[in-house]
Design a protein around this ligand. Structure first.
Ligand code: GTP
Ligand code: MG
Length: 136
């Protein structure tokens, strides 16, 4: 039994893609254990993206991620961490493979941050840390 944190980022919520993204997670066979809409604040985002503090895209990233509600999802299934990263596709939505969430639904909008619709924890350690941050 493995769990991961998935976020539908503010661009996904604004574009009305929450249902489509949840559909893909469920169609893959993962279980939605818990789900909520969150207006993320700077403190939460600074902890969540601690590994990126100091990078040039950090400030635009925090601004983007606090620009509207995010849907936070606790999802479960065998190898769900790796499996959802695979469903999401590469970070850059312009080059993410077709068939993935980012590749099918995302694109570049000429902004100074990559708006790429979703987040998924990248290891068991970050999944534990991020689930504690977003779900307590
Ligand atoms: P997450 O699932 O959101 O963590 O994405 P990721 O794991 O594919 O990427 P990463 O953790 O490296 O970066 C987090 C977020 O920062 C990305 O989703 C992008 O929104 C943004 N980002 C990462 N790298 C870059 C970059 O080189 N340039 C810009 N503009 N934004 C970036
Ligand atoms: Mg990441």
């Amino acid at each position: 039994h493995e769990e991961t944190l998935i976020l539908v980022k503010p661009d996904g919520v604004k574009r009305g893609l929450t249902g489509e993204i949840l559909r893909r997670i469920e169609a893959k066979g993962y279980v939605l254990v818990d789900l909520k809409m969150v207006q993320a604040d700077r403190d939460l985002l600074t902890s969540h993206y601690a590994e990126h503090e100091g990078k040039p895209f950090f400030e635009p990233l925090v601004e983007f991620m606090s620009s509207g509600p995010t849907v936070a999802i606790r999802a479960a299934g065998d190898r769900v961490i790796e499996g959802f990263r695979s469903l999401a596709g590469a970070t850059d939505p312009t080059t993410a493979a077709p068939g993935t969430i980012r590749g099918d639904l995302g694109r570049d909008w000429g902004l100074n941050v990559q708006q790429n619709l979703v987040h998924g924890s990248d290891s068991t350690l970050s999944a534990e840390r991020e689930l504690a941050l977003w779900f307590g």
